[in-house]
Design a protein around this ligand. Structure first.
Ligand code: 2P0
Length: 335
């Protein structure tokens, strides 16, 4: 047989509460600090892969559109390792659909590369453990190693290729939710990879950041165990602000904030004053995510509607780890 095909694999995006912001090994994607995230149900990628002797090059199709060769870099990092593990030489066709609300600008390399990792494992019959899947996903994009698992997940930085992987911490099946506030959907000027590099190399606060991550991680794990969302939110908000301070203090300085991001942060402070549990976090872009109670998500959403339109707001609950889905569950979205 000329073709080795996988089933459809689905992985969900994750948002970090303790941020990953810097690598100690750029080739192996080993991070400078442990990070901790929540996998969410609102955004996911479905991916299928076919290795075939009939292909003349690797191909990546996203939402029905064939991607340019330069967009394949992260995908090929995973395909090349998988080919070596499976002792095959065939090129691969990767087909992916991103379930991301229109114009959200939140297409995540984490869900995409975690789904791809599970798909190549299936196509080549590698039978990797979850831990090995997490290591392989990491080689595509650091944060992808966390999307192998559902709920709260810790990425343990490790010291080499085989011991830098994520582990599940808590199923998050308690009163926690997140609202995404989409203020901008454009492509960022500075990639995460470049932003991290500049922060590590030039921010005078980088060492302080690393030691504060260790404390934050310890504290947030304690708060998760106690199901103390207020404390979880405080630590997450502070971690995000510290990460962004590295960028403000880098040379040359840069940031991912827009005036609209600050407006959302002010809304979050108003929500707190009104007695709601609400904390913000931000990643390498201007959109803001609000950590809140699942039981208060609808009322907070309604309040946000006075400042934002429904297509700027997305509600999310904790999501599961990577899994197989039937073809009829795959949402075929053609760009
Ligand atoms: C995180 N971010 O912990 C941090 C916080 C963005 C801000 O991980 O270079 O796509 O491929 O490892 O994983 C986004 O960066 O970067 C990210 P690479 P990645 O979620």
């Amino acid at each position: 047989m000329n073709t080795k095909s996988s089933d459809w694999m689905r992985a969900y995006a994750n948002i970090a509460f303790i941020k990953y912001w810097g690598k100690k090994d750029e080739a192996l994607l080993l991070p400078q600090n442990n990070s901790l995230s929540l996998t969410l149900d609102a955004f996911y990628t479905d991916t299928k892969v076919e290795f075939s002797k009939d292909l003349m090059a690797d191909e990546l199709w996203i939402n029905g559109q064939k991607q340019e060769a330069h967009a394949l870099k992260k995908v090929q990092q995973i395909l090349d390792i998988a080919r070596e593990l499976g002792q095959v030489t065939e090129y691969a066709k990767v087909s992916s659909y991103n379930a991301v609300p229109t114009a959200a600008g939140l297409a995540s390399s984490a869900s995409g590369l975690a789904a791809l990792t599970a798909a190549v494992d299936d196509a080549l019959g590698l039978h990797l453990s979850k831990q090995e899947l997490s290591c392989l996903a990491r080689r595509g994009s650091g944060s992808a190693c966390r999307s192998i698992f559902g709920g709260f997940v810790e990425w343990q930085q490790g010291t080499d290729d085989s011991d830098s992987y994520a582990i599940p911490i808590d199923e998050a099946n308690w009163d926690i939710g997140m609202i995404f506030v989409i203020v901008h959907d454009g492509k960022k000027d500075i990639s995460s990879t470049e932003g991290m590099r500049r922060a590590v190399e030039t921010s005078p606060f980088y060492n302080a950041w690393k030691s504060s991550c260790e404390k934050d991680l310890h504290e947030i794990k304690k708060a998760i165990k106690q199901r103390n969302l207020e404390r979880v939110g405080q630590i997450a908000e502070h971690s995000a602000l510290k990460m962004h301070s590295l960028n403000f203090s880098a040379q040359p300085p840069f940031n991912y904030w827009s005036p609209e991001s600050i407006q959302v942060m002010n809304c979050v402070k108003d929500l707190r004053k009104a007695g709601y549990v609400a904390y913000f976090t931000m990643d390498a872009g201007p959109n803001v995510k609000i950590i809140c109670k699942a039981s208060e998500m609808d009322i907070i959403y309604d309040k946000l509607l006075s400042n934002y339109s429904p297509d700027q707001l997305v509600k999310a609950l904790p999501g599961p780890g990577v899994q197989k889905v039937n073809e009829d569950q795959v949402m075929i979205i053609e760009d």
